[in-house]
Design a protein around this ligand. Structure first.
Ligand SMILES: [Zn+2]
Length: 656
């Protein structure tokens, strides 16, 4: 009965004429000021730079494009730098070395020793910047090509000798160089697309990096990427006899800096509380949607709000709006490592006078400007995992609905139909870091996208209309959170409970087919929480207030506590003993997602992230197992969580 009442409230809310969280007048002011063309033009400037994390080119784009545009718009803005030297760690991530890149070429110099062979060019950095593996060591080498398959494990080298030769491999460049060059003495590497990887685009080149650590500097080498068609040509030449290639790279690896840009619109009532909007500024030259688009869209968002405030069309916000352009993961990890005070704003809907500085929410923009027809893609925002408060989902849903209703296009953009979607938490960008601090965070992006991390992700794949829609959506959502008054937060909480009831009902329906005969503890947990959330929703509807947290799983026991930032770098498992390594690889296999883009099923990286994020010292491992089972509709028991805790405890990442 209770659930029926709840559903009727939800349905009434859905059917009622739109009463959006953001006042229509405010939304319209933002949508009118925000220019899709300006965001696209920012993007066009950014893609001229080879923006590699820790490199001087990253500092150049920050100093020459982002900062001047913010200052020209009248914003308070500054640059911040952190050490990046291939050995300093932020969380479990080792910062990359600085890489000063000037040029590179790869040629076929001979086939089967034929004297009259005319050299064939395979790569030239000035033509296709992505064809030189990033963080390649400068130098010149030549040798016979040896195809080693994936080239990422010892078995690839059992029957071939690559010493002094050039490894031709399909694995990720960093892993191939570690095996082929560091362990087996190859002179350099050439990376080709793995079988079945987007075979319908045979001329594009993929983005690959070598990521040497400081201690590998002496022995590391350089690499190149070739297209599927180039690989086919090489294979046919190799059938005629030995194929020798010649690589030449003009670059310097050494200590560098991670460069971040900040812009602030200071809050008038609670300047110490922030709504944080992030986007990674790095990636190879050309790379447009990933993520010059998010960076360009953020410059325009900051300009839009600053302009509207200066013109008195909008008041100054109550909380501070903080825009932050980062080197992906490394810059964000460095920033939060250097600001240990950063926490989620508890009692977010009722700030007290002397609250410590905090972050209310994070919106991370990564790949936001797609021409969805050209990239065969759709726009999404990610919902929160259960380990953090979920109110942001209701806000994003509501503002997204408002953005759809507005039917926004740019004058020079496409008329592509807009089909945005709210999707479960998916990993892979800087929102992960903030979620790992307990801060509600969402990623805005597009997926799938066949151009992702390839030489085809260029400015011609962007669309001013998409920039205008996504930019308006993000700006309006940020504005709402930075200005909401208590009655507005009450509306959010009603929406948040309603959203949670829907989510739990969805899980129960799906779970009923998975655990039909024997519901597990997770099934019961979802049922129990559905009851609680329904009560909150009813109380909100009846009295307009309720004393409860918008969060499931409040425990009062004691349990493991994590000691490091999330996410965990994969290298933390490198030193696991044979038993642990076996268990870890079984979990990788059990929870696998074979998607090319965002994971479509909960994989081990996601489940272990969430497990560790639940480890706040107040939940037992049994409780955490139940929460994971409830969230992902899988069978995870206490022994499973205990095992993970034991492995992480040995690395001093978790304390019991
Ligand atoms: Zn990205």
């Amino acid at each position: 009965m209770k659930i029926l009442l709840c559903l009727s409230i939800v349905l009434t809310a859905l059917l009622a004429p739109a009463q959006h969280l953001v006042k229509q007048e405010t939304f319209d002011a933002i949508a009118t000021e925000y220019s899709g063309e300006a965001a696209q033009e920012n993007t066009r400037r950014i893609v001229e730079y080879h923006r590699i994390q820790g490199s001087p080119m990253m500092a150049s784009v920050a100093e020459q494009v982002v900062l001047p545009r913010l200052k020209a718009a009248g914003l308070e803005a500054k640059i911040e730098q952190f050490v990046s030297d291939g050995k300093t760690k932020y969380g479990t991530y080792t910062s990359p070395m600085g890489w000063d890149m000037r040029g590179g070429e790869l040629w076929i110099e001979s086939v089967a020793g034929a004297k009259d062979f005319k050299p064939i060019m395979l790569c030239r950095y000035t033509d296709v910047p992505m064809c030189v593996s990033t963080y390649s060591k400068g130098g010149e080498w030549s040798g016979e090509l040896v195809d080693v398959g994936s080239g990422t494990s010892d078995t690839s080298y059992q029957n071939v000798d690559v010493r002094g030769k050039v490894a031709l491999a399909s694995g990720y460049a960093a892993n191939v160089v570690r095996e082929a060059v560091l362990r087996h003495g190859a002179a350099g590497v050439v990376i080709y697309p793995a079988a079945g990887d987007r075979p319908d685009h045979p001329d594009m080149v993929r983005y690959n990096g070598i990521w040497p650590r400081a201690e590998e500097l002496e022995k590391t080498s350089g690499g190149f990427q070739i297209s599927r068609n180039q690989y086919d040509m090489l294979k046919s030449l190799m059938r005629q006899g030995a194929v020798r290639v010649h690589g030449k790279i003009d670059a310097t690896l050494g200590p560098g800096k991670l460069t971040l840009v900040h812009a602030y619109i200071r809050g008038t009532e609670h300047p110490e509380r922030e709504v944080l909007i992030t986007g990674h500024l790095d990636h190879p030259k050309w790379s447009a949607n990933d993520n010059a688009s998010g960076s360009g869209a953020m410059i325009e968002a900051a300009r839009t709000l600053q302009t509207l405030i200066a013109a008195k069309k909008l008041p100054s916000p109550k909380l501070t709006i903080h825009f932050m352009w980062v080197p992906e993961y490394f810059g964000t990890m460095a920033y939060v490592s250097n600001h240990p005070e950063l926490k989620f704003c508890n009692n977010f809907y009722q700030p007290a006078a002397n609250d410590p500085p905090c972050i209310l929410a994070n919106i991370n923009m990564d790949m936001v400007g797609e021409d969805t027809v050209k990239t065969n893609s759709r726009f999404y925002f990610t919902r929160t995992p259960d380990s953090v408060p979920f109110f942001i989902n209701a806000i994003m849903n509501d503002v997204l609905g408002q953005t759809r209703e507005a039917s926004l296009y740019a004058l020079t953009g496409t008329r592509n139909y807009w089909q945005p979607e709210a999707i479960p938490y998916a990993q892979g960008s800087d929102h992960d870091v903030f979620l790992g601090l307990g801060i509600p965070s969402t990623m805005l992006g597009h997926d799938p996208d066949w151009t992702h991390h390839t030489s085809e992700d260029k400015i011609d794949k962007t669309d001013a209309s998409e920039f205008r829609r996504v930019g308006t959506f993000a700006t309006a959502a940020v504005w709402f959170m930075a200005t909401a008054d208590p009655p507005a937060w009450k509306k959010v909480r009603t929406g948040a409970y309603a959203d949670r009831v829907q989510e739990l009902a969805r899980r129960m329906a799906e779970d009923a087919t998975i655990h039909r005969d024997s519901p597990n503890k997770g099934s019961l947990k979802n049922r129990e929480e559905l009851g609680d959330q329904s009560d909150y929703l009813e109380s909100m509807a009846a009295r307009g207030d309720v004393q409860a947290h918008t969060r499931g799983g409040q425990a009062s026991t004691s349990g493991p506590r994590r000691l490091t930032l999330l996410p965990l770098d994969a290298s933390v498992f490198d030193s696991a003993g044979p038993d642990d390594a076996k268990w870890l690889s079984e979990q990788e296999a059990r929870f696998a997602s074979d998607s090319e883009g965002l994971a479509t099923r909960p994989n081990f990286a996601l489940i272990s992230f969430e497990a560790v994020n639940f480890m706040n010292g107040r939940r037992s491992t049994g409780e955490i197992a139940d929460l994971l089972s409830a969230e992902y509709l899988v069978d995870i028991d206490q022994a499973w969580v205990d095992r993970l805790v034991n492995i992480l405890e040995k690395q001093k990442l978790v304390a019991k």
